[in-house]
Design a binder for this molecule. Structure first.
Ligand code: MN
Length: 509
């Protein structure tokens, strides 16, 4: 990635003045980062240029692209925020500042309290920092995406740490913005680094299964094309293959049996308008037998993040089960690019809209962003707000727990300290003798609360007990505990263990 590549990519999207500004930003950043190298040995400037290129690809506005070029200068070079504001204006300076602060909150280097007096925990601070202008999150996501793409150059322990944070914080953020394509990219990359063996195994399972079903699917596809042509319906059709990570998660739910997964490939039909979506649905249901329990109408009831589409699963004449997704071009665009797409359709600057208090550019379903911004406004005026409610909207059903060093881990609601201990290291959990939560001793059956800082106390004489089975809720902790119990308990351990498994299976139903 060179300055020329970025300029070439920007040319069709921006006017002459904007292109001049972009060239200026690139020159300034290149000078500022001179002599700095990335871990790969390449010049550092490759990174901000790549981030800018990603933002252009996402069709972001010029201010975001400029901020992308400059995003690491304030933190890592002698370039000052004042200088950036003088050259590129307040909005660009605001974005660069926002991205810098998010980075600092994340690494726990500086306390944002000085900027935002009413805030309490790190995650809330992070949300407030990004909530003031949603473009800050989008720049951050581009930054993270490029860092993930070049993660192989990092030492292994860092790879895992960064990949985990990406999986736990950045992929959900992309999801909340309905940036489906970005979420999938982030998850796939994280999964590969976090669980390389599972990734390889799932991938090859998927490849062999795809090879098998391709022919049958081609037949279905040509039948549908023929029928829709007869009905004089204009459409585009493509196949979307499930991501390796989502296949892995789903396999877990169906006991590892890939035959039970019916949406490995879905056929996607894109049409001009909403009426045609329902028309196509009817046509499909006349051709094939609909599996009625599998019709999902995300058009009349969009997902929380604004995703819209009709999903139906049918059984074809030769017994094959196929999922179809039907949507308009606009819904498709939004499903892939989410919030970033609204910059393409609607040039309203969010900072302006925010200041005026009219967030007309936001799809109604993204009300959490509105709430986040209202909270940010209250916080900057020193007023209080309900952080619990905010967090509920952004990370539904998840709580975030901090290590004594400030690393973030996410857990389902209802998790116990032992879940945390097993996540840190199974050997730590094995010798857990007690827990300090926010500096205070807590029992094993204490339920973790969002924002808790947890320290595991260990002792050589402590060992896993069968009763711990009721004190963990995560799959990971259950598995590690089962292994430890069977190792220490011998035959007796494995019997009670098998009983435990049956019990779990029953409970699941
Ligand atoms: Mn960066």
């Amino acid at each position: 990635m060179t300055a020329n590549d970025v300029m070439k990519q920007a040319k069709p999207r921006f006017d002459e003045n904007q292109l001049l500004e972009l060239q200026d930003a690139i020159n300034l950043a290149t000078a500022a980062h001179t002599g700095q190298k990335r871990r790969s040995g390449e010049d550092y400037i490759i990174h901000p240029l790549s981030v800018a290129a990603i933002l252009i690809e996402w069709d972001m506005d010029i201010d975001s692209v400029l901020a992308g070029v400059l995003h690491d200068t304030v933190e890592d070079t002698s370039l000052s925020l004042e200088r950036i504001e003088a050259v590129f204006g307040r909005d660009v300076a605001f974005l660069v500042d926002g991205v810098t602060k998010v980075g600092q909150v994340r690494s726990g280097m500086r306390d944002l309290t000085s900027y935002l007096p009413a805030t309490k925990d790190n995650l809330t601070k992070l949300m407030i920092a990004i909530g003031q202008d949603i473009r800050v999150i989008i720049i951050k996501l581009a930054d993270r995406l490029h860092n993930m793409r070049t993660l192989e150059h990092m030492p292994p322990d860092k790879q895992k740490k960064i990949a985990r944070e990406t999986m736990e914080v950045f992929a959900p953020l992309a999801d909340r913005l309905n940036m489906g394509r970005v979420r999938v990219q982030l998850e796939e990359l994280s999964f590969r680094f976090l669980m390389p063996k599972d990734y390889a195994r799932t991938r090859s399972l998927m490849d062999s299964r795809l090879k098998k079903s391709q022919k049958k699917l081609d037949k279905v596809r040509s039948e549908v094309v023929k029928k829709l042509d007869e009905e004089k319906i204009e459409f585009d059709m493509d196949g979307r293959v499930k991501s390796v990570y989502s296949l892995f998660k789903k396999l877990d739910r169906v006991g590892g049996d890939i035959e039970r997964i019916h949406d490995l490939i879905a056929l996607r039909i894109i049409v001009a308008d909403l009426d045609t979506c329902y028309l196509v649905l009817n046509v499909l249901h006349e051709m094939y037998t609909p599996q009625f329990e599998r019709i999902k109408d995300y058009v009349s009831r969009p997902k929380l993040n604004g995703y819209q589409s009709l999903h139906t699963t049918v059984q074809t004449t030769n017994g094959q089960i196929v999922e179809f997704q039907i949507r308009t071009q606009e819904m498709h665009e939004y499903a892939e690019r989410g919030f970033a797409a609204s910059f393409h359709y609607n040039e309203t600057k969010l900072t302006d809209a925010y200041k005026k208090g009219t967030l007309a550019a936001l799809p109604a379903d993204l009300s959490w962003i509105r709430e986040l911004q209202e909270a940010a406004a209250r916080a900057s005026e020193g007023k209080s707000y309900d952080t619990k409610k905010l967090r509920m909207d952004l990370f539904r059903d998840r709580i975030f727990i901090y290590s004594p060093k400030g690393d973030i881990y996410d857990f389902p609601v209802g998790a116990y300290p032992l879940d945390y201990a097993y996540r840190i290291h199974s050997e730590v959990a094995e010798h857990a003798s007690g827990f300090k939560v926010n500096g205070v001793m807590k029992p094993f059956d204490y339920q973790l609360q969002h924002g808790d800082r947890v320290e595991v106390l260990t002792s050589k004489s402590a060992h896993p007990k069968a009763s711990w089975r009721d004190l963990v809720v995560t799959q990971h902790a259950r598995e590690k505990l089962r292994m430890q119990l069977s190792r220490s308990g011998g035959v007796l351990g494995s019997i009670t263990n098998a009983a435990g498994q049956i019990g779990r299976r029953l409970r699941k139903r």
